[in-house]
Design a protein. Structure first.
Length: 104
């Protein structure tokens, strides 16, 4: 199932507090582009009637059932990239652009 790293969970909590969206769930969505790569979307939202709901690292997550096949093996992390900027990233073996993290 989809997982959130502890670092990402901490950042989600900070974003919810800063944005005044504490108490809302983190909604995830994914769309497969024509080249096969996956476009990820997220934001805070209320729970819908048909949503899949679960918790990872204390983050309440919801997604529409149609997104589960693209997201079920993914991990969301929060990292500092080579340019020094921090971003949420999705590590997803189902994405053809996926590269496993290196220990280097």
């Amino acid at each position: 199932m989809f997982k959130v790293t502890p670092t990402a969970a901490e950042q989600v909590a900070k974003a919810a507090k800063q944005g005044g969206t504490e108490g809302f769930s983190l909604r995830l969505a994914a769309v497969q582009k024509p080249d096969g790569s996956i476009d990820y979307r997220m934001g805070f939202d209320e729970i819908g009637e048909d949503d899949i709901r679960f918790t990872s690292e204390g983050v309440d997550i919801v997604m529409a059932p149609e997104f589960v096949p693209l997201l079920d093996t993914a991990v969301m992390d929060f990292v500092t990239l080579d340019d020094g900027n921090q971003h949420f990233i999705f590590l997803n073996p189902k994405d053809p652009t996926y590269k496993p993290p290196s220990d280097a």
